[in-house]
Design a protein around this ligand. Sequence first.
Ligand code: SF4
Length: 266
Amino acid sequence: MALTGIIFDLKKYAIHDGPGIRTTVFFKGCPLDCRWCHNPESRKPGIERLMISRAAPDNPACSREATIGREVTIEGLMAEIMQDWIFYDQSGGGVTFSGGEPLLQIEFLLALLEDCRREGVHTAVDTSGHASLSDLQKVAQAADLLLYDLKLMDDTAHREYIGVSNQLILSNLKAVAVDTDRIVARVPLIPDITDTDENLDAVADFLEPLGLRRVSLLPYNKLGEDKHERYGLHGHRPNWNVQDRDSLDLKTERFRARGFLVSLGG
Ligand code: SF4
């Protein structure tokens, strides 16, 4: 039987999930519960039907039922990915597997990584790191780039805002931090939660002895707030303000001053 996986989106011409022009494939299912999740429809594994509100969330007349997720085969997904091979080739791009958490569908992910390598397509995997170490090691070997999310260094705050301890995520990163040029630590900047000087310094303190020098800071954006309303997750996500340019520059400089290679936004 053909190996299949469940994805909830596929974006072409992406420029923020690794080098060059990329196709980003969003896997469905995530073990975390970040309060700021910009893809709340990604959390549950499997295809689901959701009532989605339009303009007025409390008026059922403005709702519609939608299917979230679709089943894809390796062959079918590879065909979609390879449609843009010319763009990858010209821009130094490729494909990024994101989510949700792609490692939740490990066999499917590994098969895709293998096929991409055979076709000469650069691969990146965006992971929360909350996975078994052996799965993560296999992915680190099979992918060209690991985009490894680090959100909160304080374990109590991590449990409060993300729903799980950060211990597995941190110990996994230590274990795979061998080929350091192929790992980028990504920090989503959530106002007054992850973007504090204290948390950013703790991230730098953790990465420095591991020899990990590449950091991506992801400014907060409000694109996901609308989804929380429309998908009935009222009250789950506070309404934060986006960071201004000066404050983003200061945060970037904080890492740069310590010798990190920092990028803003991807
Ligand atoms: S890891 Fe990503 S997909 Fe999962 S809950 Fe957090 S923001 Fe959402």
